[in-house]
Ligand binder design. Structure first.
Ligand code: ADP
Ligand code: MG
Length: 225
């Protein structure tokens, strides 16, 4: 599904954030992307959601159709829209719209994909159930706990049934108990058939997980198992 082939990313100023990175992620896998702050985890995510381009190498992305190739030249505009539609993204800081309630935050993801109003309503309710937020649909984000806000973000990310869920330090702002709740939601999502790539440096949280790990250090893959 995803294949990083000799990918190097150099930010302006000359900092080498990724140095000839190779890894694969298969359909329906759960993979942990680990490494200290500055190791390059967020850069991997940005390359995958096409926010940055590789300077060298190529990323092959195939979501149940002909593969697209993301390289120095980028990807064509039409391709970018198609690829992004098949990705769900969750960030450390939730990135919810503060002036829209929970329902509307989730609905927006469906509306930009031109879903009918009936589909929006059905799908938002399914996502509220998935994330245990059915009684919070009318709340504004600031009236929710951090864990609840992250659950809204997960509901939004899953609304369009992505092939791959990207989560960049999704528990970075949460306490250990809440972090485990959030992890369990990702595990349920994975069990239902969606691939998950989760970047984290929360070792206690992931210590006993059976998933494959890709460990980055200063932009290099130092461990892949
Ligand atoms: N936009 C940028 N411009 C310059 N350097 C950057 C930029 N983004 C990240 N970096 C640097 O690239 C390295 C990798 O960053 P990042 O991918 O955010 O690591 P991580 O998510 O593992 O903490 C770090 O040294 C960081 O300072
Ligand atoms: Mg990061």
């Amino acid at each position: 599904m995803i294949d990083f082939h000799h990918v190097t990313k150099i930010y302006s100023g000359g900092h080498i954030a990724l140095d000839c990175v190779n890894f694969r992620l298969e359909q329906s896998e759960f993979v942990l992307l680990t490494g200290a702050n500055g190791a390059g985890k967020t850069t991997v995510m940005k390359l995958l959601y096409l926010d940055e381009h590789p300077d060298e190498g190529e990323i092959q992305i195939a979501f149940g159709e002909d593969p697209a190739y993301h390289s120095r030249e980028g990807a064509t505009a039409k391709r970018v829209q198609g690829l992004r539609r098949n990705l769900g993204i969750v960030f450390q800081d939730f990135k919810l719209l503060p002036d829209r309630n929970v329902f509307e935050n989730i609905a927006l993801a469906l509306r930009v994909a031109n879903a009918s109003e009936a589909k929006v309503r059905n799908r938002v309710h399914e996502m509220l159930e998935l994330t245990g937020l059915s009684d919070k649909a009318q709340r504004l984000p600031q009236k929710l706990s951090g864990g609840e806000q992250q659950r809204v973000a997960i509901a939004r990310a899953m609304a369009n049934e992505p092939y791959l869920l990207l989560a960049d330090e999704p528990t970075g702002n949460l306490d250990p108990d809440t972090s485990r709740d959030i992890l369990r939601i990702f595990q349920n999502i994975h069990a239902a058939g969606t691939a998950v790539l989760m970047a984290t440096h929360d070792e206690p949280l992931i210590r006993d997980l059976p998933y494959r790990r890709i460990r980055l250090d200063h932009g290099k893959v130092i461990e892949a198992r």
